[in-house]
Design a protein. Structure first.
Ligand SMILES: Cc1cc2nc3c(=O)[nH]c(=O)nc-3n(C[C@H](O)[C@H](O)[C@H](O)COP(=O)(O)OP(=O)(O)OC[C@H]3O[C@@H](n4cnc5c(N)ncnc54)[C@H](O)[C@@H]3O)c2cc1C
Length: 375
């Protein structure tokens, strides 16, 4: 086996799934995160079938399915609430898994932390990677607590804002997508299945509004909008209600369910794609540290967890580690690029409605069907 002892920096989807996949193959894993404690905050996510396929390999599929709400289709609405179409969602993880599930990020995170701990992964919170050095067949880390240790490999899974990325010789940086997003978790009526609505015209408000069930009586809402929150004196909840004002049908219930107590979050959406290499010597970056996209086909986490599983398969074979890392990247980068290209094109069409020949539905289906084969 090329690696026996690995440091993972970052305990999001990427870091935790890499830790689990490596530990399952006999690697001794230490994972650090800058968070002082795991926070139980966060929004809903749509997890696609190809991510569920990875969760099955990691041995957590039963818990993941139990916490989520499965969906096999998506309803498209006109803004006035009439149904435009109900489209089946591709089962990217195979026919024996749901096309998608909606779930709360903290619930999924807890499942992954529990699994990692059960496999003996050592988790140290409140620590960052201060610096690293690759020497021969090892990498030495200096952590923010002052400790110096030596590893066969360091995995950087710090996410899109990674402070370590430039030290790997990576020159690409995160960039604005032109889009912003509001998200909220709220109640749903039992008959409501996942849906998206489009405005009649660009009135300076929402590009689109959608919701995904995350439990029997809960869903998360998203409002895709401009990246800068207008300085209009409205509270967060009133701003979201303003953006949703022209959307009806199920959106009337969702809008009315929002109160000053609802946990709302606004953020500008950024993206990054690192063409490669993702590694330098004995340090490699995975997940959103090297590829993050606007969530228009909801493949962000799926691409992260696919990275982790395939990475663990490569580096736990017998052979030369440099060759394994290079082969891993050659396999992953084209697949990730397909998702990045499709997501950026979809973002551009959101920003420029009426673009001649724009066909978001077809592009989304093409991008998702391309992910059906194993990662
Ligand atoms: C608005 C929005 C909506 C999204 N919706 C979806 C969706 O519906 N479906 C989907 O699949 N994906 C979605 N995504 C994408 C998904 O959230 C990401 O792909 C995924 O969370 C990235 O995981 P990660 O582990 O690479 O990074 P992160 O989740 O960012 O985790 C990084 C971890 O590293 C830690 N860290 C950072 N820096 C350091 C450091 N220097 N030292 C130690 N620790 C550090 C952080 O504390 C964090 O725990 C969405 C993203 C956004 C922005």
């Amino acid at each position: 086996m090329s690696v026996r002892n690995v440091l993972i920096v970052g305990g999001g989807f990427t870091g935790l799934t890499a830790a689990i996949a490596l530990a399952q193959r006999g690697v001794q894993v230490t994972l650090i995160d800058r968070a002082k404690a795991w926070a139980r905050v966060g929004h809903g996510l749509t997890i696609q079938g190809n991510a569920l396929r990875v969760f099955r390999e990691l041995g957590v599929i039963d818990e993941v399915l139990a916490t989520g709400q499965p969906e096999n289709s998506l309803t498209l609405y006109f803004a006035d609430g009439r149904v435009m179409a109900e489209i089946p969602t591709p089962r990217t993880g195979g026919d024996d898994l749901p096309a998608t599930i909606g779930a709360l990020r903290p619930d999924l995170h807890e499942i992954l932390v529990r699994k990692a701990e059960s496999l003996g992964v050592e988790i140290r919170l409140g620590r960052e990677l201060a610096s690293f050095e690759t020497v021969g067949d090892t990498a030495t880390s200096v952590l923010s607590d002052g400790t110096t240790e030596t590893w066969d490999l360091i995995v950087v899974a710090e996410g899109i804002k990674s402070p370590t990325r430039p030290a790997l010789g990576i020159t690409e940086d995160r960039a604005p997508s032109g889009l912003g997003i509001w998200r909220a978790v709220t109640s749903r009526l039992p008959e409501m299945t996942g849906g998206i609505a489009y405005p009649v015209e660009d009135d300076g408000g929402a590009f689109k509004v959608g919701y995904t069930p995350v439990g029997p009586d809960q869903c998360y809402i998203f409002v895709l909008c401009r990246p800068v929150r207008p300085d209009n004196g409205l509270s967060d909840v009133d701003e979201v209600k303003r953006l949703m004002a022209n959307f009806h049908g199920p959106f009337d219930h969702l809008r009315e369910s929002l109160t000053e107590e609802t946990f709302l979050n606004f953020q500008e959406i950024e993206w990054i794609f690192v063409e490669g290499p993702w590694h330098q010597g004995r340090v490699i970056a995975l997940g959103e540290t090297v590829h993050a996209v606007p969530p228009l086909i909801a493949q962000g986490a799926a691409q992260c967890v696919e990275d982790s599983l395939v990475f663990a398969e490569y580096v736990t074979q017998e052979g030369d580690l440099e060759e394994q890392l290079t082969a891993f990247e050659a396999r992953r980068i084209p697949r990730v690029k397909g998702v990045v290209d499709a997501s950026l094109q979809l973002a551009d069409w959101e920003l420029h409605p009426g673009t001649p020949d724009a066909d978001p539905g077809r592009l989304m289906m093409q991008a998702l069907f391309a992910l059906v084969p194993a990662p």
